[in-house]
Ligand binder design. Structure first.
Ligand code: ADP
Ligand code: MG
Length: 313
């Protein structure tokens, strides 16, 4: 394509909220064979909400929720936001102000309500841990509890499997090295997700899902959206490895993602597409920014590349 054609395509993209960082990325997009989607916040709305809670210890539900919310208070993860909101709503019948809308009142509410958590750490792809009342609290997936030698009773395991088969994420909680309960969290698909997956398949492109989430949950979501190739329980660094393995035979691979976790994968892909508001670091690593947070723009972007480079052949 001539420089003029590239400039025109870049302008057309921009009018759709598709920001293209250079002619090379625009050119590579015409030959994409795989589009890898992150699950949380990319295929799903990223508006996680707690739907089920079960306490497996001698503890009031309200106290359980306060404990879990206190442990999660310093985390930025969507699951943590869902847990805080649910726990707050349980106690006060009201929605917790979002941090942007009312930072001061939110901080005040949290400091008065939550228990003091010290030695907090967020463990990417696993959960959080901290000390409350001098006891260790773990909130996260099975791997996190297993690493810390906490066993999950069969009854709780059955509860988790059941919600995972229904596309929900199970979050496990341990206090003082004993398992005490679990929560089920749902994050609905974006409304256009299924249509876009179908559209890509019609264009001869293979859609793939990659996620740090549990395999059962991932497969249930993938089935709903029509994706057959699923890579679950992938740690943040592993997402880039998935891309490199698909590139081995010379295939052109695109990655669509939003989070901090996705930056290495966005950078490893031939065509990295950051979707939505995204994080600065994700936007930095990407070749395309899809500002509207609509998955249809993945197809629009590929179409635009194909049309731009078809004209001169
Ligand atoms: P994704 O790849 O879908 O964006 P992440 O890599 O962020 O997922 O997280 C993978 C898994 O780690 C989650 O499904 C959850 O089980 C666990 N996890 C991560 N952060 C948290 C947290 N703050 N609280 C509870 N669980 C968490
Ligand atoms: Mg993510």
């Amino acid at each position: 394509a001539t420089p003029t054609a590239v400039m025109v395509a870049t302008g057309v993209g921009a009018s759709h909220g598709i920001l293209i960082k250079g002619g090379d990325a625009l050119e590579r997009a015409q030959n994409i064979s795989y589009v890898i989607f992150d699950k949380t916040g990319t295929l799903t709305q990223g508006k996680a909400a707690v739907t089920t809670v079960k306490v497996f210890a001698e503890m009031e539900l309200g106290d359980f929720l306060t404990l879990v919310a206190s442990a999660e208070a310093s985390s930025e993860h969507p699951l943590s936001k869902a847990i805080l909101d649910y726990a707050y709503h349980y106690h006060f019948f009201d929605k917790l102000p979002t941090s942007d809308a009312a930072k001061q009142s939110r901080d005040q509410i949290l400091s008065e309500w939550l228990l003091e958590a010290i030695d907090f750490s967020a463990l990417p792809g696993r959960g959080v841990q901290c000390l409350i009342n001098g006891k260790r609290v773990l909130v996260g997936n099975r791997a996190l509890l297993a690493e810390n030698g906490v066993t999950v009773p069969t009854e709780a395991e059955n509860f988790l499997v059941d919600l995972e088969l229904n596309a929900k994420t199970g979050v496990l909680v341990a206090y003082d090295d004993s398992f005490i309960g679990a929560l089920g969290i749902a994050d609905p698909l974006k409304r256009e997700a299924m249509v876009v997956v179908r559209g890509l398949q019609k264009m001869g492109i293979c859609p793939v899902m990659v996620t740090g989430d549990n395999s059962r949950t991932a497969h249930a979501v993938a089935k709903e959206v029509g994706i057959e190739d699923v890579r679950a329980e992938v740690m943040p660094a592993g997402k880039a490895d998935v891309i490199r393995s698909l590139q081995k035979d010379g295939s052109i691979v695109a990655m669509v993602g939003d989070g901090i976790n996705d930056s290495p994968a966005l950078a490893a892909a031939d065509v990295g597409m950051a979707i939505g508001a995204g994080t600065d670091i994700a936007i930095e690593a990407a070749d395309y920014v899809l500002v509207r947070n609509n998955l249809e723009d993945v197809i629009t972007a590929i179409d635009l590349s194909r049309k731009t480079f078809a004209r001169i052949r």
